[in-house]
Write a protein that binds this ligand. Structure first.
Ligand SMILES: Cc1ncc(COP(=O)(O)O)c(C=O)c1O
Length: 415
């Protein structure tokens, strides 16, 4: 058998950059010591409605294993319509397509709208699985900085003028953004719609976290500001509301776009898993989701407060964080003497000390934001969060001491 023959990979292979975020699942699974997990953006298993999901899966055991409609099982589309209605979102069945998670919604969006060399606006930092999907279709990324009110939309016209061409797509995570946790203000949403119209760009509105608001006033969705707008492509998922292993989400888009998306999905997976769709539909029909979300919100609020409080106490001026009103994440930027640390370099020490996070550069297209990190507060109890932040502070201290700059090192020098 010849062994030195290289498989004939397509040129596209070099555009498939992979995901630091997803790779962390495998990395963590290999570890045998106790680790506080601030890395993955997933609800902890004890917060997933396992018993009710099991009951829903039991209910669909009776033979729904055939191919289904590409658009999604009608019972699930019906439940998604009801859910949207309950959240005050105007939509209709002809706009909906069930997807295999939010990631497939993003894949469909970039596949339909973006070709090689096309400009795609992304937030900086952004959810890099989303930007990686754009890259897989040959996009050129145009990063736009984010502040406490989301993407700095007013910076866009200049950046676009400098790029010399209009963006095909603007990728935004408007609520409790991944990775920063910030929310795009209403003014900026309106302005973004104006710019999208001026340039003929599609807004890819990726919102897994919107229903998980635990504080503050809701900001209207793009679909509430401009109902049925043909340039708004809404990507939604049950991963964060219910459980990511369901791999079930949907897109809510202009009916013309949906027709193209159906053809694109037919070339991907024909339809999403039929038994899973029925189980999710049963779960939703039983009315459990509202109760479940009502239970989650105060828990996540408590966890976020615990994390901010622990960071304050353990880091003092060495860290600045965002203060999200919902979702899973906050973004921590190392300050003062810790600002020179590189969170990628710090990671092995932190992992060894029993705490995991995702380093800042994983969320940028140019490897910047090296002194920042994403922390998921949703997965751990307040006690674990306290432990994890203490371990993180210890790792930072040890790293600084190793460089001769920590408080410990300073004390030694003073003696
Ligand atoms: C902003 C954002 N979009 C999309 C996804 C992917 O969702 P799913 O797991 O349903 O594919 C995630 C998951 O982390 C996310 O944070």
């Amino acid at each position: 058998m010849p062994t030195a023959i290289a498989p004939p990979l397509a040129h596209r292979e070099r555009l498939l950059i992979g995901s630091v975020i997803d790779a962390s699942t495998g990395l963590l699974a290999e570890q045998r010591h106790d680790i506080v997990r601030f890395a993955m953006g997933a609800p902890s298993e004890d917060l997933m409605p396992i018993a009710q999901l099991d009951a829903a899966f039991d209910g669909v055991r009776s033979g729904r294993y055939d191919y289904g409609e590409t658009e999604g099982e009608p019972v699930l589309r019906e439940q998604i319509l009801r859910l949207s209605e309950a959240r005050g979102i105007a939509t209709s069945d002809e706009r909906l397509l069930v997807t295999t998670g939010g990631m497939q919604g993003l894949d469909l969006a970039f596949k339909i709208f973006v070709g090689p060399g096309d400009l795609v606006v992304v937030e900086a930092p952004t959810y890099s699985n989303g930007s990686a999907t754009a890259l897989s279709y040959g996009a050129e990324l145009l990063p736009v900085p984010v502040d406490d009110a989301g993407m700095i939309v007013d910076a866009l016209p200049d950046l676009v003028a400098r790029a010399g061409r209009a963006p095909r797509a603007i990728y935004t995570i408007p609520n409790f953004q991944n990775p920063t946790g910030v929310t795009l203000s209403r003014d900026r949403r309106e302005r973004l719609l104006e710019l999208a119209e001026r340039w003929g760009s599609v807004i890819i509105d990726d919102d897994p976290y919107g229903p998980l608001r635990f504080a503050g006033e809701a900001v209207p969705d793009f679909s509430a500001i401009a109902p049925g707008h043909p340039l708004v492509f809404q990507v939604r998922t049950f991963s964060k509301m219910i459980a990511p292993g369901l791999r079930t989400g949907w897109i809510d888009v202009d009916p013309e776009v949906r027709r193209v998306a159906v053809r694109a999905k037919q070339a991907m997976d024909t339809c999403s898993s039929v038994p899973v769709q029925h189980a999710v539909a049963d779960y939703l029909a039983s009315g459990h989701l509202g109760t479940h979300l009502d239970r989650l919100r105060p828990i996540y609020r408590e966890r976020k407060l615990a994390m901010i409080d622990a960071l304050d106490r353990r880091f003092g001026d060495r860290v600045r964080t965002t203060d999200p009103d919902g979702g899973f994440f906050l973004w921590a930027t190392l300050q003062g003497d810790a600002a020179e640390l590189d969170t990628e370099e710090l990671f092995p020490r932190a992992l060894g000390d029993g705490v995991a996070y995702i380093p800042g550069p994983a969320f940028t297209s140019d490897g910047t934001m090296r002194n920042a990190l994403r922390l998921c507060f949703a997965t751990s109890s307040p006690e674990r969060i306290e432990d994890g932040v203490a371990r993180l502070a210890g790792a930072v201290e040890a790293e600084l001491a190793a460089r001769g700059r920590g408080a410990g090192a300073a004390r030694t020098e003073g003696r």
